[in-house]
Every structure is written in C-alpha cells, then in structure tokens.
Design a protein around this ligand. Structure first.
Ligand SMILES: Cc1cc2nc3c(=O)[nH]c(=O)nc-3n(C[C@H](O)[C@H](O)[C@H](O)COP(=O)(O)O)c2cc1C
Length: 183
C-alpha cells in the first residue's frame, strides 16, 4: 500500500510538517508514505494546463502511482493556503487526466488557533466532492494551540494526537484496500 503525503505550509518550522513527520514514524506495516514537497509549485494558469511545469508533472506522476493521499494543512483566513489550492488545481487539470478520481484521502491540520484548522479541512472536503475522492471521516486529526505540542526539533509531543494519526493511517489503509477490491 502506497501513500503520498503533502503539506500546505512551506514554513520551515511548520506545525503541519510536524504532523506529517509524525505520520512518517507511525506508518502501518506493509505501507509506505512518501512526502512530496510543494515548494516551487507556481500559481495555477490554465494556459499551461496541457504543458505544466516539471514540478507539476512530477506531482501528478506521484499521485498516479499511489493508492491513497495524506494531506496536512494549516488554516489560512478560515480556508486553505494558496499553495495547497494551486497544487490541487494544477493536478486536477486537464480534467480528462483524473489523477484524483476515486482516491481515498486523509486529512490532518494544526493551527495556533482554537479550532485546529477545522475550517480548512471542511473547505477541502468540498473540493473532494468535485474531484470524486473519498475522504476518511474519522478520526478527525485537528491540533489546536499547536505551538504547545511541537518541540524545538519539530517533533510532535502530544501523545493523544500521535494516537489519532496512527488511527487515521490505519483507516486510510483499510479504505484503500476496500476501494481496490473488485466488485
Ligand atoms: C495568512 C495566514 C492566515 C491565518 N489564518 C488562520 C485562520 O484562519 N485560522 C487559524 O486557526 N489560524 C490562522 N493562522 C495562523 C496559523 O494557524 C499559524 O500560522 C500556523 O502556525 C500555520 O501552520 P504551520 O505552522 O504549519 O505553518 C493564519 C496564519 C497565516 C500566515
């Protein structure tokens, strides 16, 4: 089972990168998690959707190769960061390519605010309807006051959140297997 992860924050000390780092440590057996760095993804321009920049080609190729996706994202202004939106928009085009179609996807968010990025997650879920993706419903991994739970080395120190991340990955793998079954 192969999972591709990506993070909606480019910030070096990102709390969402800390969530993804924890996921790398908590990946279930017989499952691989590779993280794609969104640094360098340009703003989407539909003029180039048929000949996108190399980084977008690489991103789409990786998505095609995996069984499932894992996204960790901050909430920016009650929504998702532009870098993540641009990455999704590029990969979703041209429409006929359908790299996201039918893929299970799991979400995590960390925020310094009180809701842990909940609003960003629900905005993303709306896009998954159009993309025909299958988001995992539970557990919801939303880490509020993240600055209290990530140490100076970028490690997630909150045991409860680590447990939830492990459960989320297990659910993602379970659904990826189910969706792969032939009817
Ligand atoms: C442009 C911008 C908008 C933000 N908007 C929100 C917001 O709507 N809700 C929230 O909880 N935090 C918001 N924050 C604070 C983020 O939770 C905080 O910067 C967090 O550290 C970002 O995630 P990261 O550590 O992965 O980079 C915002 C931060 C920025 C830079």
């Amino acid at each position: 089972m192969k999972i591709l992860g990506f993070v909606g924050s480019l910030r070096k000390g990102s709390y969402n990168k800390a969530l993804m780092r924890a996921a790398l440590e908590l990946t279930p057996e017989d499952t691989s998690l590779e993280v794609f760095d969104l640094e360098g993804i340009p703003p989407f321009n539909q003029d180039f959707e048929n000949q996108p920049p190399q980084i977008v080609k690489d991103f789409k190729a990786k998505i095609k190769q995996v069984d499932a996706l894992l996204i960790a994202t901050p909430e920016y202004n009650y929504s998702i960061p532009g870098v993540l939106k641009n990455a999704i928009d590029w990969a979703s085009r041209p429409h006929a390519d359908k790299v996201f179609d039918g893929k299970p996807v799991a979400l995590m968010s960390a925020s310094v605010g009180r809701l842990g990025g909940a609003r960003a997650q629900y905005h993303l879920r709306q896009s998954f309807v159009f993309l025909n993706m299958y988001p995992i419903n539970r557990p919801e991994v939303m880490l509020p006051s993240a600055q209290q739970y990530v140490d100076e080395n970028g490690n997630l120190t909150n045991e409860e959140t680590r447990k939830l991340i492990r459960q989320l990955l297990e659910e993602l793998v379970r659904w990826a297997r189910k969706l792969r079954e032939k009817p």
